[in-house]
Design a protein around this ligand. Sequence first.
Ligand SMILES: [Zn+2]
Length: 72
Amino acid sequence: MDKQERDFYQRSPEEQASFLEQTWCNQCQEADLGMTDPIEYEQEGTVIIEGKCKKCGEPVTTEIFGEDEDWD
Ligand SMILES: [Zn+2]
């Protein structure tokens, strides 16, 4: 379960904004509440953005599929 860190802030402002808005919070059981403090990493081929729910502060994660960009 190796995590490979990526830099969320290398994304365009538009992408950052949409990832920060399009969330699902398991705690609130509600979509698009937004997140703060995003970190991005890759785990087993899946890119994950992890932050905190704006509403309750619990961790929320967004998995990104179909991204085959090379980040080296
Ligand atoms: Zn929440």
